[in-house]
Design a protein around this ligand. Structure first.
Ligand code: ASP
Length: 322
């Protein structure tokens, strides 16, 4: 994989958080804070992306992430194209490159890609022009960098620190790109007590998540936790989805008010969305006083603006002269 940063350290691409330093993550979070506006406040409107064209290419259905990237780019003054791609995996690489080359010829500068198979963002980075950037909006079960950043921003806003926190990630970790990116972000930022909490079949392989502890009972995993990150059961990534019984999962692993009492009284309850209410989380908890789920959405917009702005600043240094 080509580097995500240029020789001056500027962000060129964002396809994974892995390899980015603590300082780079902090710089993105700091910038995101300057863009964040609470619901009801006037949205930030800037010119950081004036003259920049962003194409959203989504191979997987998405409403919130696509809307978030779309608004983030427009609020910074970009031109935005939204293209839903459909192609069989056999021809996808080729189709994708044709699409990219066509859009490059129309002066597109940034491609935001979501794909259900691993490898597409790397493949594109290897083939695109030097003045073009790629951002992953979710790659298979592998990586979802802007989600990792928005989760980190949400935690930082409330806890003001990462060191010393107990963070439980609960649910379908095996299939979760969110778990991978969020765990990487918070561990890089200083959290060492990260607990992976899942039924045996949904835990990731042993060589993943170095340094994290593993629990197969939710009661043990969330005891004393400062943050509980719930994950969606990803039936679309399971081979035998039919064998998963929603009611049994909720009984054994669902986050309800009773279980939440085991966590710290100041616990933050997070979920990347979309939620399966009554499967991994009860509505009472999802809408309750400890939930920061809607703040995550708000922070997602700010983080995507920050990433786009950082990349646009780098791109201007790589543009061809007139
Ligand atoms: N929206 C998140 C993702 O794209 C989480 C999920 O779908 O469960 O991975």
């Amino acid at each position: 994989m080509r580097s995500q940063q240029d020789s001056a350290g500027g962000l060129r691409h964002l396809i994974t958080l892995e390899g980015l330093t603590r300082d780079t993550l902090i710089a993105i979070l700091d910038r995101a804070e300057t863009y964040r506006r609470l619901p009801g406040q006037p949205a930030y409107e800037g010119r950081e992306l004036a003259g920049v064209t962003v194409a959203n290419l989504f191979f997987e259905p998405s409403t919130r992430t696509r809307a978030s990237f779309d608004l983030a780019a427009r609020r910074l003054g970009a031109h935005v194209l939204n293209l839903e791609q459909q192609a069989s995996s056999r021809v996808k690489g080729e189709t994708m490159l044709d699409t990219i080359y066509t859009l490059e010829a129309m002066n597109t500068d940034v491609f935001v890609i979501r794909d259900s198979e691993a490898g597409m963002p790397d493949f594109l980075i290897d083939h695109i022009a030097p003045h073009v950037s790629v951002i992953s909006a979710g790659e298979a079960h592998v990586s979802h960098p802007t989600q990792g950043l928005l989760d980190a921003l949400t935690i930082r806003t409330h806890k003001r620190r990462f060191a010393g926190l107990k963070v439980a990630i609960v649910g379908d970790i095996k299939h979760s790109r969110v778990a991978r990116s969020s765990a990487y972000a918070i561990m890089t930022l200083g959290t060492s007590d990260v607990r992976l909490v899942a039924p045996e079949a949904l835990l990731p392989s042993e060589d993943e998540f170095p340094g994290a502890q593993r629990f197969t009972r939710i009661e043990d995993g969330i005891a004393g936790a400062d943050v509980v990150m719930m994950l969606r059961i990803q039936k679309e990534r399971m081979v035998q989805s039919a064998s998963l019984d929603d009611a049994a999962y909720f009984r054994d692993f669902g986050l309800n008010s009773k279980r939440l009492k085991l966590a710290s009284p100041s616990v933050l309850v997070m979920h990347p969305g979309p939620m399966n209410r009554g499967v991994e989380i009860s509505s009472e908890v999802a809408d309750g006083p400890r939930s920061v789920i809607r703040e995550q959405v708000n922070n997602g917009l700010a983080v995507r603006m920050a990433v786009l702005a950082a990349i646009a600043a780098t791109l201007t240094r790589h543009r061809r002269p007139l």
